[in-house]
Every structure is written in structure tokens, then in C-alpha cells.
Design a binder for this molecule. Structure first.
Ligand code: NAD
Length: 295
């Protein structure tokens, strides 16, 4: 098997995940070109500044950051898709909306290099359904690549093949992630929300429900569900703010749309407080307010 060389990666979507995946890749010396819509259309692109620009300011600067991270953020960014020809890997990380992703794949497909791997960072949408927007020649080179948030620190990446993903493509991607990117891989089946989110969201929802039942504050719940449970990361409500409340709602919807017959289904109802906060535009860290007023 010839060695898969990643000379440049395209990341589509520069939100919470796309910007940080790009920043991490650049930090491990993989050049990246990052695409997004203008800030007024794409709401939370301050994260880009924090992730990519923040890395540039570190002293000493991580290798390659200043020169190797290019951000194309404009309404007509599609005019720049010819840059994809130079990319050996394309990671899609736009919002968790099947219709938006399918639309983007149709636009992007003609510009992808004939050998390139194309992968979605979706939290749990069907990878097989996503692949349906791609031409036959790209389908064998398409799979899910699910990084966890924050991708700079979280070790695990889920790789999710479709029935048409070529086995050697998955092997090549796994080698790239475990060697160049410095992370561990678990291969997951193309089931709703794969492994970690399937388990994780169910846990978060039942915690939120019990917090309401017992009238517990977010601080108390986070204290109990964070370090005291042996989790290095933050507790339930802080984690939701970091994930993004709109993204969390989309992941819950994937459960609701696909697992209605699951005996645990009732626990997948969207907590009213989550819906209320989203309506107010409080989306968590990316919008400056969420469960915690200032995050
Ligand atoms: P986000 O809302 O922070 O960012 C999405 C970005 O996509 C925005 O900047 C938006 O402007 C941009 N966008 C939308 N349409 C676009 C288009 N056509 N072209 C280019 N850019 C476009 O979302 P996020 O949290 O970064 O999530 C991105 C993906 O990663 C989703 O599929 C999500 O489920 C998944 N994911 C999220 C997390 C998390 O904790 N937030 C973790 C793992 C995976």
C-alpha cells in the first residue's frame, strides 16, 4: 500500500470545531486552508480568531502557524474552491444540518483532487446519507472523521465508514491521525450519533432532567459531574456551553429522528431550558452566553 501523504488539508467550516481542527493540524505542521462564510452570515467566527490567531501569538510561535493557516471567509468563497486541488484531505465541519452539508458536497465535489480523502466531522448524522450527494468516484474515499471538542486536547477520533468506503482509505486515514495528528482512533459503525455521542448525550440529558427535578444549580451539578466523577473535563452544563447549545440540540434531534422506537427514547426529549436559551441566541461559549451567563 502506498503511503498516504497529507501535504495540505482543507477544512470547510471555521466554527467551534473547524477552526480548532485547523489550528491543531497547523500546530502539528500540516498546512491548512480553512473556508467559511462571512462573519455576518456565519455567526460564531470569533472562535477562528481565538484558535488560529491565538496560536500565532504564542511565544515561541508553533511551527508554521503564521504561514500555513489560510482563512478564506467570504460570501463568494466558492470561487476559491480550486484550492481544494492541492489538498489530500478535505474535512467538512459546517453546522450539523444534513441539508446544508449535502448542498455543500455538491458544490465542492467537482474541485476535489482525484486521490483526496473527503471526511465529515458530523457529530452523528448518517455518513451513508451524506455520501449520497457525492459522485460515485468520491464515495469510496468518503467517511466520517469525528473529532471531539476541544480537538486540541481530546485524544479520541471516531472513524466511520459507509458500505462503499474503501478499506485502504480508512487505514490510510487512521495512520495519518495516529502518527501525524497524534490522536487515537476508534472505528465506529454508521449508527445515529456513533458511539461517544450516543452514550454522552443520553447521560447529559438525564443529568439535566434530574438537575431540574432536584432544583440543583448548574454549579452544583458541574461540581458533581466534573472532577468528582473523575472527569478531567468540565461538568455537564459547562460542557454543553463548550459544545454549543444549537449543536447539542441538533445531536438530540438525530436521536429523536432515528431512535423513536428505542426503549430509552423518552429520555431524549429536548430540555425546555435548552430550547429557551437557543431562542434567546445564548448558544454557549461561541456566543458569549449559555447556561452560564458569561462563558
Ligand atoms: P459551529 O456552529 O460552531 O460552526 C459551523 C460553521 O460552519 C459556522 O462558522 C458557519 O458559518 C459555517 N458554515 C455554515 N455553512 C457553511 C458553508 N456552506 N460553507 C462554509 N462554512 C459554512 O458548529 P461546530 O460546533 O463547529 O460544528 C461543526 C460540525 O462538527 C457539526 O457537524 C457538529 O455536529 C460537529 N461537531 C461538533 C462538536 C462540538 O462540540 N461543537 C464536536 C464534534 C463534532
Amino acid at each position: 500500500m502506498s503511503r498516504f501523504q497529507v501535504r495540505k488539508v482543507a477544512v470547510l467550516g471555521a466554527g467551534v470545531m473547524g477552526a480548532q481542527i485547523a489550528a491543531h493540524l497547523v500546530n502539528v505542521k500540516v498546512p491548512v486552508v480553512l473556508f467559511d462564510l462571512p462573519a455576518k452570515e456565519g455567526p460564531k467566527n470569533g472562535i477562528v480568531t481565538k484558535a488560529v490567531e491565538g496560536l500565532k501569538k504564542l511565544k515561541p510561535a508553533p511551527l508554521g502557524v503564521a504561514e500555513d493557516a489560510a482563512l478564506i471567509q467570504q460570501a463568494n468563497y466558492e470561487e476559491h474552491l480550486e484550492l481544494l486541488k492541492e489538498c489530500d484531505l478535505v474535512i467538512e465541519a459546517i453546522a450539523e444540518r444534513m441539508d446544508w452539508k449535502l448542498d455543500l458536497y455538491r458544490k465542492v465535489a467537482p474541485h476535489v483532487a482525484p486521490h483526496a480523502i473527503v471526511a465529515s466531522n458530523t457529530s452523528g448524522l448518517s455518513i451513508t446519507k451524506l455520501s449520497e450527494a457525492l459522485p460515485e468516484e468520491i464515495k469510496p474515499r468518503f467517511c466520517g472523521i469525528h473529532f471531539f471538542n476541544p480537538p486540541r486536547y481530546m485524544y479520541l477520533v471516531e472513524l466511520i465508514p459507509t458500505p462503499t468506503t474503501r478499506a485502504d482509505i480508512l487505514d490510510q486515514l487512521e495512520t495519518f491521525i495516529t502518527t501525524s495528528v497524534g490522536k487515537g482512533v476508534v472505528r465506529a459503525k454508521d449508527t445515529p450519533n456513533f458511539i461517544a455521542n450516543r452514550v454522552g448525550i443520553a447521560g447529559m440529558l438525564s443529568t439535566m432532567k434530574e438537575a431540574e427535578n432536584y432544583g440543583l444549580t448548574y454549579d452544583v451539578v458541574d461540581d458533581l459531574t466534573g472532577k468528582k466523577l473523575g472527569r478531567a473535563s468540565s461538568g455537564t452544563f459547562r460542557t454543553a456551553d463548550v459544545v454549543g447549545l444549537d449543536t447539542m440540540a441538533h445531536v438530540i434531534k438525530t436521536m429523536q429522528d432515528n431512535l423513536a422506537d428505542d426503549p430509552f427514547y423518552p429520555s431524549y426529549a429536548t430540555p425546555p431550558v435548552l430550547a429557551r436559551l437557543i431562542e434567546q441566541g445564548a448558544l454557549g461559549q461561541k456566543s458569549g452566553a449559555g447556561f452560564y451567563r458569561k462563558v
